[in-house]
Structures are given as structure tokens and as C-alpha cells.
Ligand binder design. Structure first.
Ligand SMILES: NC(=O)c1ccc[n+]([C@@H]2O[C@H](COP(=O)([O-])OP(=O)(O)OC[C@H]3O[C@@H](n4cnc5c(N)ncnc54)[C@H](O)[C@@H]3O)[C@@H](O)[C@H]2O)c1
Length: 349
């Protein structure tokens, strides 16, 4: 059996909690993590010891020179997604890069272009798609059970959830606040369920009402308000070329009842649905029906994501979450930030 050698770029939280266990679960397919890297040598060593990885690097470019590395996972902070991705693709390695694709669409475009130029595979870490609820909804939508989907409402809203660690509050390293961090997940899920219609125009507004203020309660640790340079709330209306529209709301802090809302609702001419809770709504014979899928399988979404990446390489099939699809989320997010700055609707470019 052919061995598929994996390298890890950035061996922090998501690498050790999701990607590396995912590859370990693929060992029967000949997958082996042969190297890992991190600018912090202690972090790299910790990951290597935990997952029995033979080669450890502090400079990922040295790792990319190893012939036995066929593919890499890029698990660095957002501002370090583009360069390692392009370097890896140009070194002839397939890439699974964490979400969001990039800091902005200019970077994202360069990454997608590099994948096309080199012919290597580029998958993006929107693992929510692999959960069983959205997979079930997608089957109903593709079978036409919702009819024409003309509106969606997507929400990624925390009551008090500014992360108190990492670079989540720093615009220059993260690219933005909740919109680019958690809003991007629900935006991708919604676009996928809608079948990726082409976005045309967008009107958005962002706020920073709590992050820069001292003394606000933190349920996800305590951040430093003095270096809070991102939004803490964003709302937008996105138009598509098929006439559909999408309302998106994303917050790290909001005075709402729930601790967290992570949901998308789709409205179609024949039915509607929501993701969390997973439900569908129909009218049959002048009777309103609420349908709840039962006994959906338990799926480890991160593991399924890694497995799908591995299968795409081994079987030489297209990856299930493409750079082009992820670029669409980045273009919409750019447009929301631009619209908010200009105070008017803007084209999605
Ligand atoms: N899909 C998800 O559900 C999910 C969840 C969490 C994080 N993420 C994404 O994963 C990425 C990383 O997040 P995290 O929570 O693991 O952060 P983290 O801070 O725990 O890990 C990032 C690691 O990258 C390392 N690093 C920084 N610069 C580097 C470089 N030049 N070369 C090699 N390593 C370098 C850091 O030392 C750190 O160990 C982010 O883009 C985030 O959006 C996705």
C-alpha cells in the first residue's frame, strides 16, 4: 500500500485537537504524520511527542523540502494562511488550510490561483458541512424538497464570547472579529446549502460597542480592551444573481437571551429548514408539517473533513470544500467590511 506522508504547519490547538487525530484515524489507509512544525519549538515538540511524529521543525519551509511529505495541514493564525499555502503548493504538496481561507479576497485569490497553477489540491477547513444534520438537509434540498430557496437567515451570535486568548481581537493578525472567525462558518454552510449562487451586492454594518470597553464580562476568558481592534458585532444583507438574499448576523457580544446561537434558516417555495435545531417545514394537503430528522448518525466532523481530504488525494477526486467556494465567503466578508466603512451598499468583488 502506498504511504501518504503528512506534514503539519502550526501545531497549536486545532492541529492537535482536530487535524492530527484525524490523520491518525486514517492510518489504515496508509496515512502517516511524518513531520510537524511550529515557530514555538516547545509546541512543535509537544505535538510530535503526542502523535509520535519523527521529524520536527521550527521553520515550515525546511519541512516542505522533505520528499516524504505529500500533503500538509495549515493550522497557523489567519495572517499566516496565505504564504505557507502557496509555499506548500509550489513545493508539490496538497493543502488542507484552516478557515477562514485568508485575511481577505486578494490573499484568497492568490491561494486559489496557486492551486490551479500547480495542479495540487486545496481544501479549506469548513468542517461544519460534514456534520450529519447539514448533510441531511443538503440531500432534501438537492432532491428539490425545498423548491426555490429565495431567502436565508444565518446567525453566529454569542452573548459574551470574546476569546481571551490568541490573536482574535487583533485586526492585523486575524483580519476581523466575529464575522471572519465564527460568521464565516455559518456563511459557508448557508452558501453551500443554497448551492453557491453568485453574490452581487452587499450592505453591512459593524460595531465595536463592548470589546474596547473595560469591565465587560467575559465567558471565554478576559481579553485586553486596549488591543481590541476588530468589530464585536456585524450584520449584513447579501444579494445574489438569482434574486435570493441572505441576512447574516455575527457577534462575540450581544445582549440576547442565549449564550450562543449558531444557526441558519433557509426559506424555499416548497419548504424551509433550520440547521440547529435540525428541522424542516412543509405544507402538505393544506396541513402544516414540522419534520425532525431522527437517529442521525454521530459524526466527528473534523475527522470526516480530514478523511475526505485524504480520500480526494488517494482517489484523485475533487476536494469537497474547494478554494473557490471559500473565496466566495472571503469576498462577501470583504464587502461587508467595505460597506460598513463607506456607509452604503457595495458590489461583491
Ligand atoms: N475549524 C474550526 O472549527 C477551527 C477551530 C479553531 C481554530 N480554527 C482556525 O485554526 C487556525 C489556528 O487556530 P488555533 O486555535 O489552532 O490557534 P493556536 O494559537 O492554538 O495555534 C496556532 C499555532 O501556529 C503557530 N505559528 C505561528 N506562526 C507560525 C509559523 N510561521 N510557522 C509555524 N507555526 C506558526 C503558533 O505558534 C501556534 O502554535 C486559525 O486560522 C483558526 O481560525 C478553526
Amino acid at each position: 500500500m502506498r504511504q501518504l506522508g503528512i506534514g503539519i504547519i502550526g501545531s497549536g490547538g486545532i492541529a492537535r485537537n482536530a487535524h492530527m487525530p484525524g490523520y491518525k484515524a486514517c492510518e489504515a489507509q496508509g496515512v502517516k504524520i511524518v513531520a510537524c512544525s511550529d515557530v514555538n519549538p516547545d509546541t512543535a515538540r509537544l505535538a510530535a511527542d503526542q502523535f509520535e511524529v519523527p521529524h520536527v521543525f521550527t521553520d515550515y519551509r525546511e519541512m516542505l523540502a522533505l520528499d516524504e511529505v505529500d500533503a500538509v495541514s495549515i493550522c497557523t493564525p489567519n495572517y499566516l494562511h496565505m504564504q505557507p499555502t502557496i509555499d506548500a503548493l509550489e513545493a508539490g504538496k496538497h493543502v488542507l488550510v484552516e478557515k477562514p481561507l485568508a485575511m481577505n479576497a486578494v490573499e484568497g485569490h492568490a491561494m486559489v490561483h496557486a492551486a490551479k497553477r500547480t495542479g495540487m489540491k486545496l481544501q479549506v477547513g469548513f468542517m461544519t458541512r460534514f456534520q450529519s444534520a447539514p448533510q441531511a438537509l443538503k440531500r432534501f434540498i438537492e432532491a428539490g424538497e425545498m423548491g426555490d430557496i429565495y431567502f436565508a437567515r444565518a446567525q453566529a451570535m454569542r452573548r459574551r464570547g470574546i476569546p481571551g486568548w490568541g490573536v482574535f481581537t487583533q485586526k492585523d493578525k486575524q483580519g476581523g472579529g466575529p464575522l471572519i472567525d465564527i460568521g464565516v462558518h455559518i456563511l459557508d454552510l448557508t452558501l453551500w446549502l443554497m448551492g453557491h449562487p453568485k453574490p452581487t451586492f452587499c450592505s453591512g454594518q459593524t460595531y465595536a460597542k463592548f470589546g474596547p470597553r473595560a469591565g465587560v464580562l467575559g465567558l471565554m476568558g478576559q481579553w485586553d480592551p486596549k488591543i481590541f481592534t476588530v468589530e464585536d458585532f456585524a450584520a449584513a444583507l447579501v444579494r445574489f444573481d438569482n434574486g435570493a438574499t441572505l441576512v447574516l448576523e455575527s457577534a462575540f457580544v450581544a445582549n440576547q437571551e442565549a449564550r450562543e446561537v449558531m444557526n441558519t434558516e433557509l426559506f424555499g417555495t416548497e419548504g424551509g429548514c433550520s440547521y440547529r435545531p435540525c428541522k424542516m417545514f412543509f405544507e402538505k394537503h393544506q396541513t402544516l408539517i414540522d419534520a425532525t430528522p431522527a437517529f442521525l448518525p454521530e459524526v466527528k466532523a473534523h475527522e470526516a473533513e480530514v478523511k475526505a481530504f485524504v480520500n480526494a488525494i488517494l482517489e484523485d477526486t475533487p476536494v469537497p470544500v474547494t478554494g473557490e467556494e471559500a473565496l466566495m465567503t472571503t469576498q462577501i466578508i470583504d464587502a461587508i467590511y467595505r460597506s460598513s466603512e463607506l456607509g452604503r451598499e457595495v458590489p461583491v468583488e
